[in-house]
Design a protein around this ligand. Structure first.
Ligand code: ADP
Ligand code: MG
Length: 400
């Protein structure tokens, strides 16, 4: 966890006042891949890497934002904020201000210090964590009472419409609503969710394969088109199928032969992944770790064989993990074609697991993986401002 005290003193040194401090976490998706745009289910957990946002009001009509990570400060008159993105880190907090203003929240003048330890660009969603941390910090000055699920939607809007990155709702939602020692099963259609307990003796080990295939963007678009093609075909038979979320394995058994082979495979991944994701939440609730692990390995096989979005390096990471003592389950997490694996590992073995995985992966590929040892953590919250800085305050459902 980040140095709260250091962030506070950096803010005081620079802006002269003692700030209120908010935290919003990064995340890892435990199961449910490429199900979001099918209106299906995802099950991420917030992790103990976070962005801190320290804030104080100003009386000179200026918005001043300092990123400790980028060692840079920006200043704008509150009445003349940039209307569009400039491919700069400040797009994220400025996007947040833009959507809040659009939503009718008057933006005050303030000084904001941002300091994060979510690895940037590693697939752990530092972007959602900076958005959510900035938004809850600014809201704390405004008196606007906005539910956390709405904060998530507004932050997604900031990323989609201001920053210009098309992402689903998962990252912002888990950054807002995650809970310590819990995964969150999210229905991407209704935004209903339920928390499923992750036993406290388990760690989330995230291993970055360090592979990022440049064709990923094009492949992603092809997959989206294939999924749409399959959905349309099923819809002709059953008009109530709006998205693959509404389709069943029976539908595929009846009409799958009418699809091109690769379209059938993409649809089968999504339809079975939705079922696995709900089953994984049930398994966590029942304390059935064996089933959970099996579902994670099955999800990986489906991602690799049916969705064809894995790569040899990631398959090696999953295979190596599956042979390690104390590993409950492992799979590729994120969009695919490289990126990270998520491994559920017993705490007592997690350190040794991480070291061996690093070593064996290097032996197999010559690549040094970044490995992050995490625990399922709380969503956005204010940090208590008393002695014992590192004590976290209780989670806030909304801000007044
Ligand atoms: P990811 O979300 O996977 O980490 P993205 O490319 O979506 O990667 O978002 C990373 C971007 O978010 C960074 O390049 C930067 O612009 C912004 N960002 C994240 N954390 C910070 C921070 N602490 N300070 C300033 N900008 C940040
Ligand atoms: Mg991101």
């Amino acid at each position: 966890m980040l140095e709260v005290t250091a962030t506070r003193s950096l803010h005081v040194q620079r802006f002269g006042h003692n700030p209120a401090i908010f935290a919003a976490p990064g995340r890892v998706n435990i199961i449910g891949e490429h199900t979001d745009y099918a209106d299906g289910f995802v099950m991420p957990a917030a992790i103990d890497f976070a962005t801190l946002a320290a804030i104080t009001p100003r009386s000179d009509g200026t918005v001043a934002i300092h990123s400790v990570n980028f060692d840079e400060q920006i200043n704008y008159p509150v009445d003349n904020l940039p209307p569009k993105a400039s491919h700069h880190w400040s797009d994220y907090p400025l996007g947040v201000l833009s959507v809040l203003r659009e939503a009718g929240v008057p933006i005050p003048a303030f000084s904001l210090t941002l300091n994060g330890d979510v690895p940037i660009g590693a697939g752990l969603s530092s972007s959602a964590s900076i958005e959510v941390a900035s938004m809850v910090a600014v809201l704390s000055l405004t008196g606007a009472d906005i539910a956390m699920t709405r904060v998530a939607q507004l932050c997604q809007r900031a990323e989609n419409h201001f920053v210009g990155a098309s992402t689903g709702i998962m990252d912002q939602f888990i950054a807002c609503c995650g809970a310590e020692n819990h995964a969150l099963l999210l229905d991407c259609r209704s935004l209903e969710y339920r928390l499923a307990p992750i036993p406290s003796h388990l760690s989330l080990v995230i291993a970055n394969s360090m592979v990022k295939h440049s064709h990923a963007g094009g492949e992603y678009n092809t997959r989206r088109a294939e999924v749409e093609e399959g959905t349309e075909l099923l819809r002709r038979h059953r008009p109530e199928i709006r998205r693959l979320r509404d389709a069943t394995p029976d539908d595929l058994a009846r009409w799958g032969h009418e699809m091109r082979p690769e379209v059938l495979k993409r649809c089968r991944h999504i339809i079975t992944e939705n079922i696995r994701t709900v089953a994984a939440a049930d398994a966590l609730e029942a304390g059935d770790l064996k089933t959970l692990g099996r579902l994670m390995y099955e999800a990986h096989a489906s991602f690799r064989n049916d969705f064809e979005a894995s790569c040899p390096e990631v398959d090696i990471l999953v295979d190596l993990a599956s042979k390690e003592p104390g590993c409950i389950g492992a799979r590729l997490t994120g969009g695919g074609f490289g990126g990270c694996t998520v491994n559920l590992v017993e705490n007592a073995r997690a350190q040794a697991f991480s070291e061996r995985l690093h070593e064996e992966y290097r032996e197999a590929t010559g690549i040094e993986a970044d490995i992050y040892l995490c625990h399922a953590s709380a969503g956005a919250h204010r940090i208590a401002s008393t002695e014992g800085e590192t004590q976290l305050a209780k989670q806030l459902p909304s801000f007044h």
